[in-house]
Design a protein around this ligand. Structure first.
Ligand SMILES: [Zn+2]
Length: 445
C-alpha cells in the first residue's frame, strides 16, 4: 500500500508547522499545538475535542467513525517536548529547518512525528471514504514528559469514554535500531513500573570536631554505596525472554549464542560487564532486574555539626510482574535495617501480549517499510502514556514508525531528548505509509 506523493508532502508541512510551536514542558502550554492540529483536522471535516485540566494544558481527541462492528483503535502521541539548549544546536530547535534531507526540531522523533502522522492517517482515511469496521481515535496529549498527570492520566480519569480502545499505537517503537549490522525495529510491549523512594538514616547529632561512629551521613553513604547497577537480583521475565530471544535470533552466530545467556541469573552480570557497547549493556541490565538510582541527597546544615539524619531519594523501577513491595524487600536486603524506606510515588508496570493479530500486522508493516527490518517486542525502562492508557484495558504497542537510512548512521537513542534532534524526510514518509497501511488494514478488515 502507498500514499500519493502530494499527500506525503502535505504531511511533512503539517509536521514542520507542529515543530515550530514551542511546547517545552515545563510549562508545556500545549494549547497552540492542539489548536493547530484541530484546525487541520477540521479542514477535512473531522471534529476534535480540546480538553484541559488547567488553562493551556490541552489534549486533543478526534474520532473517525467506523461501523462499530469491532472495537476502536487508538493512535496516540504526546504534544509536549523536553527543553532544548539552542546554543548546542545546529539550527534553532523550533525552526523545523530542512537540511540534507533531515528535518531538525525538538520533538522531531519524540514525538510530534507521530502526532502529525496520526492526524494525516485520519485525514487520508476520511478523504478516501474508507469503509471502516473500527473507529479510529486520535489522542494528542499534554504533559507526558512530566509524568502524564495533565494529559493521558487526566483523559483516563475524566474522559475515559473518549479514549477507551481495544488496542493503542504510540510511543516507543517502530524506528531503526542497528545492532551488529542487523536492522531491528523494537516495538514496546512492556514498560517498567516506577517507585520513587526516600531512604533515611538517623544518627546522634554532635560536634564535628569529635567524630562519631553513628554519624547519619556515614551510615547512609555506606548503604548507598552498595547500590550499583547490579545490586538487585536478576529476574528473567517473560517480556525480557521474548525481547532478548527475538534480538538474538536476528544476530550473527556469536551474539546469537551469547545473548540468551543474559537470561541466566548466574551469568548475566559477567556477560553484561563484557558487552562492548555500554549503552546496550545498560539497557539490557535495566530489563533484567528491578533497579534503583540514588538521585537526591540531603543532610546537615553546618560544617561543624554532625546532623541527626541523612536522606536520599531513590528512583526505583520495577519489572513487569513486580510490585513496590517486591522492590522494597530486595532493597532492604541490600541496604540493611538502619535505612528507613518510604514510597513517595509509584506507577504500575505494563505488559501486553505479543501473540495478537495486531502485533503480527505491525511486524509485517516493518518488513514492508524496510525489507531488512525485523520487529522485536521490547521492554522499556522508562514510562510513557502506556501507563495510564493501559488502565482502561487497552493493549498498548509502541509503534511510531521511522525508517532511518543505513548512512549517515544516526541512532534514535542519541536523538531522543538529545541535541540536534532530527528525522529523515524520507524516513518520516515511509513511517507514515507504514502507519497508514497498518491502520487501514486493521480497521477495515
Ligand atoms: Zn516521548
Amino acid at each position: 500500500m502507498s500514499l500519493p506523493e502530494k499527500l506525503l508532502d502535505e504531511a511533512v508541512e503539517l509536521f514542520r508547522g507542529l515543530l515550530r510551536i514551542d511546547t517545552t514542558n515545563p510549562p508545556g502550554r500545549e494549547r497552540a499545538a492542539a489548536e493547530y492540529l484541530a484546525d487541520s483536522l477540521a479542514r477535512d471535516g473531522l471534529d476534535a475535542k480540546l480538553l484541559e485540566p488547567e488553562k493551556d494544558r490541552t489534549s486533543l481527541v478526534a474520532r473517525l467513525k467506523g461501523d462499530g462492528s469491532k472495537p476502536p483503535l487508538l493512535l496516540t502521541a504526546h504534544l509536549d517536548v523536553v527543553a532544548a539548549e539552542p546554543a548546542r544546536w545546529r539550527h534553532p530547535p523550533f525552526s523545523a529547518v530542512v537540511e540534507d534531507g533531515w528535518i531538525y526540531g525538538r520533538g522531531a522523533v519524540d514525538m510530534k512525528n507521530m502526532a502529525a502522522m496520526s492526524a494525516m492517517v485520519l485525514k487520508a482515511l476520511r478523504r478516501e471514504g474508507a469503509a471502516l469496521r473500527r473507529d479510529v481515535i486520535f489522542a494528542a496529549v499534554a504533559d507526558e514528559e512530566a509524568g502524564c498527570d495533565k494529559g493521558s492520566r487526566f483523559l483516563v480519569d475524566h474522559h475515559a469514554e473518549l479514549v477507551r480502545a481495544e488496542f493503542a499505537l504510540g510511543e516507543i517503537g517502530g524506528f531503526t535500531q542497528e545492532l551488529n549490522g542487523v536492522r531491528l525495529y523494537p516495538i514496546q510491549v512492556a514498560q517498567k513500573g516506577m517507585v520513587w523512594l526516600k531512604a533515611r538514616v538517623e544518627g546522634t547529632p554532635g560536634h564535628g570536631s569529635m567524630p562519631r561512629e553513628d554519624n547519619a551521613v556515614l551510615g547512609l553513604s555506606a548503604s548507598l554505596a552498595r547500590l550499583g547497577p547490579g545490586a538487585l537480583p536478576v529476574h528473567p521475565t517473560k517480556a525480557a525472554r521474548s525481547f532478548i530471544g527475538a534480538v538474538a535470533r536476528a544476530q550473527p552466530l556469536a551474539a546469537r549464542l551469547l545473548l540468551p545467556l543474559l537470561l541466566r541469573p548466574s551469568l548475566a552480570d559477567r556477560l553484561l560487564s563484557r558487552l562492548p557497547d555500554r549503552g546496550v549493556a545498560r539497557a539490557m541490565n535495566a530489563i533484567l532486574r528491578n533497579t534503583v538510582s540514588p538521585t537526591v541527597l540531603r543532610a546537615g546544615e553546618k560544617t561543624n555539626v554532625i546532623p541527626s539524619f541523612a536522606e536520599a531519594q531513590l528512583d526505583g523501577r520495577t519489572l513487569p510482574g513486580q510490585s513496590p513491595e517486591d522492590l522494597l524487600r530486595e532493597l532492604r536486603a541490600v541496604l540493611g535495617e538502619k535505612v528507613h524506606l518510604e514510597v513517595l510515588n509509584s506507577m504500575e508496570p505494563v505488559e501486553a501480549p505479543t501473540d495478537t493479530p495486531l502485533f503480527t500486522a505491525l511486524s509485517k508493516a516493518v518488513r514492508e517499510m524496510d525489507p531488512q527490518g525485523i520487529a522485536v517486542p521490547s521492554v522499556i525502562p522508562g514510562f510513557t502514556d502506556a501507563g495510564p492508557l493501559s488502565r482502561l484495558g487497552t493493549t498498548y504497542y509502541g509503534f511510531s514508525p521511522i525508517c532511518f537510512p543505513p548512512s549517515p548512521r544516526v541512532s534514535f537513542s542519541d536523538l531522543y531528548h538529545g541535541d540536534d534532534e532530527r528525522i529523515p524526510v524520507e524516513g518520516f514518509k515511509r513511517g507514515l505509509i507504514a502507519l497508514y497501511s497498518t491502520v487501514r488494514g486493521w480497521c477495515s478488515a
